[in-house]
Design a protein around this ligand. Sequence first.
Ligand code: SAH
Ligand code: SF4
Ligand code: F3S
Length: 466
Amino acid sequence: MLKKNADWRMDYIWFEFWNGRKVSEKYFIKTFGCQMNVYDSSRIADMLKNEGYEETNKQAEADIVLFNTCHIREKAAEKLFSDLGRAKLVADERFEAGKHTIIGVLGCVVQAEDEQIIKRAPYVNFALGPLMYHKIPEVLRKIKADKEHESVVNTDFPAESKFDFLPENKAQGACSFLAIQEGCNNFCTYCVVPYTRGVEYSRPVADVIKEAKRLLDTGTLEINLLGQNVNSYHGEDESGKERDLAYLLHRVAELDGVKRIRYTTSYPADMSDDLIACHKDIDVLMPYLHLPIQSGSDRILKAMNRRHTSGDYLRIVEKLHKANPNIGMSSDFIVGFPGENDEDFQKTLDVVNQVKYIQAFSFKYSRRAGTPAAVMENQVEEKVKKERLEILQTLLFDYQTKFNKSCVGKVMPVLLEQKGRHKGQLIGRTPYMQNLHVETKSANMNKIVNVKIVEATTNSLTGEEI
Ligand code: SAH
Ligand code: SF4
Ligand code: F3S
């Protein structure tokens, strides 16, 4: 669909000449939301680099400014519009200096808001939904070819898979995300994801293996297989047979050079026994699992349309512990879902006390237009949501701190992936996803190094190289 864009007045400056050298156009990309968006942004960056653009982390330098957006909670979506307002000011300043800026919005807000984005921010040149970003080069060409262009909005759920149109990617560090599944058929009553990412789609096994090999060949040590509901993976193998995540994990684990595997995010009802057995059988599968429960109350889980009870969930956790006694659990929680009373909330706290999560994310329920829970009558007061969130987070942080402190004195393999704030310091991740700081030589960057934990706080560990 096309909309008139009033702000388009001048020809594009394709290349700047500086010191007689051709300087390519630059793009800036800001990413909101989940790991899938982080992965998508890296694929978008690959595409733009392939088209000759250079990345910049300074928005004022960018000829193309992109926002890859998230619609999961109200705050996440609102952030976009304040960022867009600022981007418009920067674009105006650049315009005064004779430079054009293309502003593009991508991701889940686009899918949800569609044309509304252009209504609220008419200076946006294009908006593409999360399944349409392979069209970016085409859209950019179109916009550049037509100075009086109209804003492009495309929120189709295409019949083709975007993955088939993306250029080959390389590792961007020692840890790489690899999307294997997208979309969700679960329709939890609070959640926008089935509407923004569409129905479940699983990439074929051969595609996943090809991408995994490429990532490993270019420096990846850890692969995190991603999906909105990753454990419902059902991709076709080379012979056309449908395969599950357990099968895929075994295939990825066989590849040369893979030192660590993770998968995110899982849905409790899809934790099959075969998948649980992988935590015993695959030694490179990290002893950490993010398995969201959302609430400990069966009444609330039912109203949320979750296909599991708290009992089912606890039984899965028990099986996982049997498969690997060292496994650490993580979860997502929502407090203040419509109808949640003190008793329901207490059941959530009970689950936390049983599972003793080593890390977790918790949110106040956010009403999302178009979802069934948004129109439920018994909405919980903001004040109550706030109180419950504080109580829950205090308890969760307490377990997280206890776990971190229990690591002091232990030696752990740490994948060092970032420079620290101080000279000679690197930051990495333990098998349990804890952040760890260590003084070590810079040559250890992107390597797995054995570190003795000497100090621990709620959010990070300090170690010494041994
Ligand atoms: N597919 C994943 C999670 C996707 S969204 C799963 O099912 O676990 C990430 C988290 O955001 C969810 O687990 C949930 O805790 C939270 N979330 C989703 N919708 C929300 C809403 N309307 N209000 C508050 N939190 C929400
Ligand atoms: Fe959303 Fe539920 Fe699907 Fe997770 S399983 S993405 S919370 S609908
Ligand atoms: Fe947000 Fe979309 Fe991910 S709504 S959490 S970016 S799937």
